[in-house]
Design a protein around this ligand. Structure first.
Ligand code: ZN
Length: 130
C-alpha cells in the first residue's frame, strides 16, 4: 500500500534534481518500515558517475543505519514538465535495490496521477546473487 504523502515527497524531490545534461528530473520517496521517508533525486555530472534518484535515496537511508524498507515511489519527467508516464528504474538501480528489499517491497511508479505497483521480482526476475 502506497502512502499518498510519499507521492508529494517524490514530486517535490524532483525540484532538487541536478540534471543539466539530460534535462530529465527524477524524484523518489523511499519509505522505511519504521515510517521514516527519505527523498532522492538524480544527480548528473560531466563524467558518467552520476547517480539515479533511487540510489540517492537508498544511500541516504542506508548511511543513516536504515535496513528495512517498505516502498519507493518514483516520479520523473523532463525538466519543467509535469510527470505523466511511468519511469522504470534502470537496470543498475534494480540490481542495487534487490540487495536491500524483500519480496513485499513496493516499487511505485507515478503515472498520470496514479501509482503502478511492482515488486522487485517483477522488475528483476533473475537478480545476480553471489
Ligand atoms: Zn537508476
Amino acid at each position: 500500500m502506497v502512502h499518498s504523502e510519499d507521492i508529494e515527497i517524490a514530486k517535490n524531490a524532483r525540484n532538487n534534481a541536478y540534471s543539466p545534461y539530460s534535462k530529465f528530473c527524477v524524484g523518489v520517496a523511499l519509505r522505511c518500515k519504521n515510517g521514516k521517508v527519505y527523498s532522492g533525486c538524480n544527480i548528473e555530472n560531466h563524467g558518467i558517475q552520476g547517480i539515479c534518484g533511487e540510489r540517492t535515496a537508498f544511500a541516504k537511508a542506508l548511511s543513516e543505519g536504515e535496513r528495512e524498507f517498505e516502498s519507493i515511489i518514483i516520479c520523473a519527467a523532463p525538466k519543467g514538465e509535469e510527470p505523466t508516464n511511468e519511469c522504470m528504474p534502470c537496470g543498475y538501480c534494480r540490481q542495487f535495490i534487490s540487495e536491500f528489499v524483500d519480496k513485499d517491497f513496493i516499487i511505485g511508479l507515478y503515472d498520470n496521477g496514479n501509482i503502478k505497483e511492482y515488486t522487485i521480482d517483477e522488475l528483476l526476475p533473475h537478480a545476480f546473487k553471489l
